[in-house]
Design a protein around this ligand. Structure first.
Ligand code: ADP
Length: 257
């Protein structure tokens, strides 16, 4: 089921916090999802080519499915807590990144660089979608006059962390406003935002960091005022042997960690 991983992530975070935190994190993701749907509808309006329109329709259906899962989570708080263990292959990652395009402003270009032979990533594709959506929406907001977002994925040698026999770095880079040192030191704090009330919640990067760390990875930030920002999420790879086994589905009771 698309989005199940996101569901387990939200519920997992809920088990460490209050129901309010669960609601807030779902509302935050839902809000970002609405931006995807809104952007997709805008693209549809401007597009006359039948094939291109069909592709946009497919993405919009995908976004609605993701939204339906978020809504179900709100209705069933606590009763759907199961783990999803699926990894994300390079092909799945390309689809996830393509699905982000409608959320970007028209004057933002997105370049995708996925290393050939990329190891499967130990993270659920739907959770990756929400993490990348947060990062891309921030990058978009940092470039009000337009700019370039580069989303890349590359293998990282095992020496960095030998617990997993290799890591995969997925990063989002922009050439936007950048951050001051003070902002850089606080961006991962929940509720820290420099955006207007009603625009920013300050939850995005805190959620992204919590997700990456839950997978056994970590997050890196580079930024320079007036130059741009790069955020790197480093995930464990899924070992080859493990990935050959059918992905454990939502009905499995086996836990991921
Ligand atoms: P929000 O986007 O709701 O403010 P986040 O946790 O996603 O919450 O981001 C916190 C703050 O980090 C933002 O308000 C902004 O100041 C800064 N920030 C995040 N990403 C970028 C970026 N790509 N470029 C510049 N500043 C950023």
């Amino acid at each position: 089921i698309a989005g199940f991983g996101t569901l387990s992530a939200h519920l997992e975070s809920a088990s460490h916090g209050s129901g309010d935190e669960l609601t807030e994190s779902i509302v935050h993701d839902m809000n970002n999802l609405l931006a995807v749907i809104d952007g997709g509808l805008g693209l549809l309006e401007r597009q006359s080519d039948a094939d291109a329109r069909k592709a946009i329709f497919t993405r919009l259906h995908g976004a609605v499915d993701r939204g339906a899962i978020l809504t179900r989570m709100l209705l069933n708080q606590g009763t759907l807590a199961r783990h999803s263990c699926s990894g994300t292959t390079s092909a799945q990652l390309s689809v996830v990144i393509e699905d982000l395009r409608p959320s970007l402003s028209p004057d933002i270009l997105m370049e995708i660089q996925i290393e050939s032979g990329l190891w499967p990533v130990k993270a659920d594709p739907d959770e990756l979608f929400y993490a990348l959506l947060n990062l891309c929406r921030n990058a978009d907001a940092a470039m009000p006059k337009g700019g370039l977002i580069v989303v890349s994925a590359a293998n990282v040698a095992a020496e960095l962390d030998d617990r997993f026999g290799g890591m995969v770095a997925i990063s989002v880079r922009d050439n936007g406003s950048g951050m001051s040192e003070e902002v850089m030191s606080r961006v991962f704090e929940p509720y820290f935002t420099t955006k207007e009330t009603g625009v920013g919640t300050g939850l995005g990067l805190a959620q992204v960091r919590a997700f990456v760390e839950r997978q056994g990875g970590w997050i890196e930030l580079q930024s320079e005022l007036g130059v741009g920002t790069a955020i790197r999420m480093i995930f464990p790879r899924v070992p080859d042997a493990e990935h050959a086994v059918p992905v454990r589905g939502p009905n499995s009771d086996e836990s991921c960690s």
